[in-house]
Design a protein around this ligand. Structure first.
Ligand code: ADP
Ligand code: ASP
Ligand code: MG
Length: 478
């Protein structure tokens, strides 16, 4: 059997869901189980509504909620007819009534606790899975809905719950149908006592891997809105090429570095079971996609460029002493206690340099760090990371990257590397041009054995090089 996961963009509207139904029908002979994300940006909207409710802004919360309700009812009404439509309308209304009650609880408590946040956000996937099931049935697929909270058992770490695999695997094996298409929401689960939890933002990929691993799937397909893992975020570089394959480790590095096409933890259950993952485009189902496999297809080459924004560079300078192990351990403990993720990018005798999400730098956390060290914060930074197995061990990669970055920046930038990635910290406004320059340097003529070339961008490069040779030939004649 296979697991097919459809992200928010793939189920953003009735039309998108009809496309998804056609894709699932095409895979009927492979016994698919389907995992869906919330429709479009629903999770962000739910979060916004929950925050408004917590802040006592009931009117604004009510208006946004009414829009979200109407959106789900309208899209649902395009998908189902007759008795099916009446049932769907009733189910969607019941979910929104329940959401109303949870939001009242949020308003009464005056704060969005992690438990309440999970309860509110779960509605995105609960709604989409019900609507997609109805859409599938209308399209002639024998689909059955499974509430993910009845199958994915987690601990009680709200907003980032960990799966209890023994219980989850047993439930999934019992509840996922082998002769019907089971449709369930990703991202959500419940504790053993039945309290709703979530697996972390972007967690539907993880849900797909959990289901795939439990059922020993032949393949996990992650359907999204791009042809696969690309050589750079297409919103930043227009001529990006599609990778034929990428290793689990490289995909994880990409996700950590900002290319969240695949949730980092996705790879874990699948890696343990050796299950291949393939990233595919629900708007272009004929494209082969990118296979996420155990081994990298190339050693020492740059395979992709990831971009991350919304970060700050933090310099931590000990007072009156050089950087010592004690100093470092106090700092790391402070990060751990505040649950703030960071990347250590440089250590010297004088200071530690780390990058962190700007949103994590709350006044309280900065105050705590300020008690331990002198701190300097550079805001509005971005990170551009080149990923590829052992790419940073190849000096020519480093030289080429440094040159193209510095040519654009006009000065050197902070850089650091590990085996499979090397990265540069830049001013946020310099990110796009730096990414373009790096992409041109490494991918102007992609190796067709490794990449499915973006024909448009390759033609531009070919035309430019023909013009160049013509100019050189002309010059030599003159
Ligand atoms: P979904 O809604 O399917 O979960 P996501 O928004 O999580 O989709 O991930 C797909 C998006 O990731 C793409 O639309 C693209 O803009 C972005 N992205 C960033 N970096 C890359 C990359 N290297 N390759 C492909 N997509 C990328
Ligand atoms: N809907 C959730 C989110 O937006 C999970 C997911 O889409 O993977 O984070
Ligand atoms: Mg996603």
């Amino acid at each position: 059997m296979i697991v097919m996961k459809f992200g928010g963009s793939s189920v953003e509207s009735a039309k998108a869901i009809q496309r998804v139904a056609a894709i699932v029908r095409d895979h009927a002979d492979r016994q698919p189980a389907v995992v869906v994300s919330a429709m479009g940006k629903t999770t962000d909207k739910l979060l916004q509504i929950a925050r408004l409710s917590a802040a006592g802004n009931r009117r604004a919360a009510g208006l946004e909620l009414a829009k979200l309700r109407q959106f789900h009812l309208t899209e649902g009404s395009y998908l189902a007819r007759a008795a099916q439509a009446i049932r769907l309308d009733r189910d969607v209304c019941a979910l929104f009534d329940e959401l109303d009650r949870v939001l009242l609880e949020v308003a009464d408590s005056g704060s969005l606790t992690p438990r309440l946040s999970d309860a509110v956000l779960s509605f995105g996937e609960r709604l989409s899975s019900v609507i997609v099931t109805a859409g599938f049935r209308q399209a002639g697929i024998d689909a059955v809905h499974l509430d993910a909270r009845d199958a994915i058992v987690t601990d009680g770490h709200h907003t980032q719950a960990a799966t209890l695999f023994i219980e989850t695997n047993a439930l999934l094996r019992r509840k996922v149908s082998s002769d019907q298409v089971t449709v369930m929401g990703g991202f959500i689960g419940a504790t053993e006592d039945g309290v709703t939890t979530t697996l972390g933002r972007g967690g539907s990929d993880y849900s797909a891997a959990i289901v795939g691993a439990a059922l020993c799937a032949d393949e996990i397909q992650i359907w999204t809105d791009v042809d696969g893992m690309l050589t750079c975020d297409p919103r930043i570089v227009s001529g990006a090429h599609c990778l034929r394959s990428i290793s689990f480790a490289e995909a994880e590095q990409m996700a950590k570095s900002g290319a969240k096409v695949l949730h980092p933890a996705t790879v874990l259950p699948a890696v343990r079971h050796g299950i291949p993952i393939v990233i595919r485009n629900s708007r272009n189902p004929n494209a082969a996609g990118t296979r996420v496999v155990a081994e990298s297809s190339c050693d020492g080459a740059v395979m992709s460029i990831a971009c991350r924004t919304g970060i700050s560079l933090l310099q931590l300078i000990p007072r009156n002493t050089p950087v010592t192990a004690d100093f470092g351990s106090e700092i790391w403990q402070a990060f751990q206690r505040a649950d703030v993720q960071f990347e250590l990018i440089a250590t010297s005798r004088k200071e530690l340099s780390v990058v962190v999400d700007a949103a994590a730098l709350t006044p309280e956390f900065l105050q705590r760090l300020g008690e331990l060290a002198e701190i300097e914060v550079e805001e509005n930074r971005a990170l551009v990371t080149l990923v590829g197995q052992n790419a940073s061990r190849n000096p020519s990669n480093l030289t080429r990257a440094m040159r193209s970055i510095c040519r654009k920046q006009g000065r050197s930038v902070l850089a650091w590397c590990s085996d499979s990635r090397f990265a540069f910290v830049l001013a946020a406004e310099a990110l796009n041009s730096a990414a373009e320059a790096l992409h041109h340097e490494f991918f102007a003529q992609p190796d067709p054995a490794l990449f499915i070339p973006n024909r448009a961008s390759v033609m531009v490069v070919e035309r430019a090089s023909v013009r160049n040779s013509a100019r050189i030939a002309l010059n030599s004649l003159q």
